[in-house]
Design a protein. Structure first.
Length: 678
């Protein structure tokens, strides 16, 4: 404490102490979370002499110290006087991290006016007992692209900052001199004082070996270093990316390492010399800013450019503690910036990769993500939710096949007969300052989307099963090919309704099928699913890439919800499955009913004019952002977004004509079979 380190004094009840100890021991033993051990607990603390309330949560998979360490990694969400979240911190042991180099990078970055996002070393105690030194990272602050929490982040940052080797070493020695005594006094550290001294020396050698500028300092050398440092990203403030300027720029200090900065606008109608941005109605523009660097008689200028879009997509901005991994969710803050500039500020949550197949087939490219907020947020076009699913449409050059399928299926709804499908909003995703391109922001197929009651029990309760693999079918029971979503599988398995459905479709006699199928399945909904499936020609959507659902109550019937439709509108096959095949074969009049439904839909919702109108609307929505997306993810030579959209339009015109003949022939065959039966 005599070193002046910030202090976090936690006050925990006995139950909280037992809770956190049990959770820590469980994760230390097997790396898994025991049921209910990840619950958050409200605690009191004294921070910087001020009494506060906070929510504490242990974090799995982020123990950075040696296995012998008794320290643990946790988050503290500080609450204001009204109990509302104000600030969220991640605290982790200093052991195992280059903590002095992190502190050095933070100090030098703050000297340049960059966001103070790098962690600081703090002292933590619990119920009056000293718990040791920790690295405290602010998860709720604006990091920009300057601190991602990665192990070697200090090296990248220090070599980018406009300082010289002798300056960095001198500052390191000052920091190490101040922290040596507290580090050696940390009784919770698994390292001895001798090992800590060796660790300080090791980190200094790492700094000596880093690619720092060894040029003797002079006016010319300082101006050159500061000039190289001046780039678009340090001016962004709370803008998500240099190509997506949605608010004013934040200019750095007038003096950086002894060099004076001055600013002049190259496009004053868009960007002022003070950083004020004025979007131009109806057109996207590039704003230019000239930065002059001077010291003594040495000068240098650098011209920066910023994209100011006019009609743009919403932007989802995520700042996470490191890059997301498949194994575990990591702390983050995120905000959705609407096209009209509305924003609610960064909200805390967790961030992770998702999607098994895409991580294998598309590893290292445009992968899928999910953001889970700590508290529900109102997301226009999606509703109030904590969970945002982000799919990349990496196989769909037009970027609209998923959206088109879902929107079409919902449009098939009739009064009292809803057709359920996910909702999609296009967003441009920026993660830790890295522009990721256009993504589908998709809601989850769950009980909320389908209108299920919150609590239900008994044999007639609602059910939802997600098909997940090629072995899913309507001919034989394959529980391994499905995931039970409702009721929650953690409360117990409930496969009876699924078993009865598949057993009936796969094994019933034609007479039994004819008598019982309409009591088990919403045949009108299956007709709409079949029509859409044939229009899509998506072979993955016939047996898997779908959900089987049933509302609750006596007489409730199964229906299908489409999912993952980015491979739609490519093939020439007439996609079908065993359920559809049996309906045509064993339910008299079914083919005629499908033809009549097809004719009804073709008059309006599936008319060529309406389909082209839909696609045209999606083109307009995407047009301004497509260039940025494909600069980030270049297409194969000779292929363009415009070409793929045109291919989609031609496909639909041809497919509509083909399906008209297909349904006519099926109805005629059904009528012939009916006459022979009579």
């Amino acid at each position: 404490y005599s070193a002046g380190l910030p202090s976090y004094a936690l006050e925990l009840s006995r139950n909280d102490v037992r809770h956190f100890n049990a959770w820590f021991n469980d994760t230390a033993d097997n790396g898994l979370n025991a049921p209910a051990t990840s619950d958050k607990r409200k605690v009191d603390l004294l921070v910087r002499g001020r009494r506060r309330s906070a929510v504490m949560e242990l974090v799995a998979g982020r123990q950075t110290g040696p296995e012998t360490s008794s320290k643990r990694t946790f988050t503290l969400e500080l609450l204001d006087a009204d109990g509302e979240p104000e600030r969220k911190l991640l605290l982790r042991p200093v052991e195992g991290a280059p903590y002095l180099l992190d502190a050095l990078a933070a100090k030098l970055a703050r000297d340049c006016g960059l966001p103070p996002a790098a962690p600081e070393i703090v002292a933590v105690s619990t119920n009056g007992s000293f718990d040791g030194l920790y690295l405290a990272a602010d998860l709720s602050g604006d990091k920009g692209s300057f601190w991602r929490g990665e192990a070697e982040q200090w090296r990248e940052l220090i070599t980018r900052l406009p300082f010289f080797r002798d300056q960095a070493l001198a500052e390191f020695d000052r920091i190490a001199g101040r922290l040596k005594a507290p580090l050696c006094s940390d009784r919770k550290s698994p390292l001895t004082s001798r090992e800590i001294v060796h660790e300080i020396r090791r980190q200094r050698r790492l700094l000596e070996d880093a690619a720092l500028d060894r040029t003797p300092r002079s006016d010319e050398a300082v101006v050159a270093r500061v000039g190289d440092f001046v780039r678009e990203e340090i001016f962004l403030g709370d803008n998500p990316h240099a190509s997506l300027i949605v608010g004013d720029l934040k200019l750095p200090p007038a003096t950086v390492n002894g060099a004076t900065l001055s600013f002049a606008s190259l496009t004053p109608e868009v960007l002022s010399a003070a950083g004020h941005v004025t979007p131009q109605a109806g057109r996207s523009v590039t704003a230019g800013l000239r930065v002059s660097v001077a010291r003594g008689g040495a000068t240098r200028t650098r011209d920066l450019s910023f994209g100011v879009p006019a009609r743009r997509l919403p932007v989802l901005r995520v700042e996470s503690e490191g890059d997301p991994r498949r194994a575990a969710a990591i702390p983050c803050v995120a905000e959705l910036i609407e096209a009209d500039g509305r924003r609610d500020g960064l909200q805390p949550g967790k961030f992770r990769l998702r999607g098994n197949s895409v991580l294998v087939k598309n590893a290292g490219r445009k992968v899928y993500y999910r953001v889970e907020f700590d508290r529900p947020q109102e997301v226009p076009g999606i509703g109030r939710t904590r969970l945002l699913l982000l799919t990349s449409a990496w196989r769909d050059v037009a970027l609209m096949r998923d959206r088109l399928v879902y929107d079409l299926f919902r449009s098939f709804s009739e009064p009292g007969k809803p057709r359920f499908a996910p909702h999609i909003r296009y967003v441009e995703l920026v993660v830790n300052g890295d522009y990721k391109g256009i993504y589908n922001l998709t809601d989850r197929v769950d009980g909320d989307l389908l209108g299920f009651p919150k609590k239900a029990a008994g044999p007639d309760r609602p059910v939802l099963y997600k098909a997940k693999g090629g072995s899913a079918s309507f001919t034989q029971i394959q529980r391994d090919a499905y995931v039970q979503k409702v009721p929650d599988w953690r409360g117990g398995e409930f496969w009876g309704p699924y078993d009865r459905l598949v057993r009936f479709v796969g094994n019933s006699t034609p007479a039994a099928f004819r008598e019982g199928i309409e009591a088990l399945v919403d045949v009108d909904e299956i007709m709409d699913f079949e029509i859409l499936l044939l229009l899509r020609a998506d072979m993955e959507g016939r047996n898997y890439n779908l959900y089987l659902a049933r509302q609750g109550g006596p007489g409730a019937r199964f229906f299908i919800v489409p999912w993952d439709a980015d491979m739609s509108f490519y093939g020439t096959e007439l996609a079908s499955n065993a359920l559809v095949h049996r309906l045509h074969a064993d339910l008299p009049g079914y083919s005629r009913r499908v033809l009549e439904r097809w004719r009804t839909l073709r008059r309006e919702r599936l008319s060529e004019q309406e389909l082209m109108r839909r696609i045209g609307g999606l083109e307009t929505e995407l047009a301004e952002a497509v260039g940025r997306n494909y600069r980030r993810w270049p297409l194969a030579e000779g292929w363009t977004w415009e070409r793929d959209v045109d291919t989609l339009k031609k496909y639909l015109r041809t497919r509509l004509a083909l399906l008209g003949r297909t349904f006519e022939e099926a109805a005629a065959a059904d009528a012939t079979a009916g006459r022979k039966t009579r």
